[in-house]
Design a protein around this ligand. Structure first.
Ligand SMILES: *Cc1c(COP(=O)(O)O)cnc(C)c1O
Length: 237
């Protein structure tokens, strides 16, 4: 087996165990392979192992990979910070965007989503630990942004996404993930006619997927533990 194949088997096993330990069905957690900074050959290899959902962080890299790999018919998630002048290529290509954190981004994605494509699935990114440096809406502002997104024809609001503070202990991380889950439950109550779409908690990465699954994650975003350490510095767009 290749390194990527071995890694994917390990991650699948961890997801399965974590799901069982929380009394959840293991098909209730989707593995999103985060391929940022990794070559197209690595994505092809992961796709051969049966993964179909891939996430990218940088617009230019996202565009290049989606266009080059279109014959694989993968499901593409944009999970990086999005500047308003770079929304169009994402609106034209993504199946999902996890990082909607202000009205301007939502409006542009909605306006730029081609009519012949299905509505773009979006998650609201929440600044769950109220870090001054981090993207995401404050917990208090989730509902207002959700209401606006729900009114947009070319977007489907699927749920919430968060990246807890890297400085948090495991207990603090669990508390943050649990808060995100509670916020999604509130949204489902507040917007009952949308509740069937509001099914996604995008939370958990390589280091904390077990904690996230125990708190109800439905999508774990795994980079390092599938593709190995990223070997060149991440650029901030
Ligand atoms: C890079 C990244 C990941 C993957 O992180 P790993 O720790 O390498 O698994 C997940 N989510 C987001 C938003 C990322 O930017």
């Amino acid at each position: 087996m290749t390194m990527i194949a071995t890694n994917i088997a390990t991650v699948r096993h961890r997801v399965q165990l974590a799901s069982q330990n929380s009394g959840r069905k293991d098909d209730s957690v989707l593995i999103l392979a985060v391929s940022k900074t990794k070559p197209q050959s690595a994505i092809r290899e992961a796709a051969r192992c049966g993964l179909t959902h891939f996430g990218e962080n940088y617009v230019q890299e996202f565009v290049e990979k989606v266009d080059a790999l279109s014959s694989l018919q993968l499901c593409w998630h944009f999970i990086g910070p999005l500047q308003s002048n770079k929304t169009r290529p994402v609106a034209e290509r993504a199946d999902w965007v996890h990082t909607v954190d202000r009205l301007k981004i939502a409006t542009r994605l909605n306006d730029q989503r081609p009519n012949e494509l299905p509505p773009l699935n979006v998650c609201i990114q929440v600044n769950i630990d109220s870090e001054t440096t981090k993207a995401g809406v404050d917990v208090a502002d989730i509902e207002a942004l959700a209401e606006l997104i729900i009114s947009m024809k070319q977007l489907t609001l699927r749920g919430l996404m968060a990246i807890p503070s890297v400085k948090a202990s495991q207990d603090q991380t669990l508390a943050s993930f649990t808060q995100l889950r509670d916020q999604l439950a509130r949204l489902r109550q507040r917007f009952p006619s949308e509740a069937h779409h509001l099914d996604t908690l995008s939370m958990g990465m390589s280091a904390d997927l077990e904690v996230a699954i125990s708190a109800g994650s439905s999508m774990v975003r795994i980079g390092t533990d599938i593709f190995g350490a990223r070997n060149y510095p991440e650029v901030t767009p």
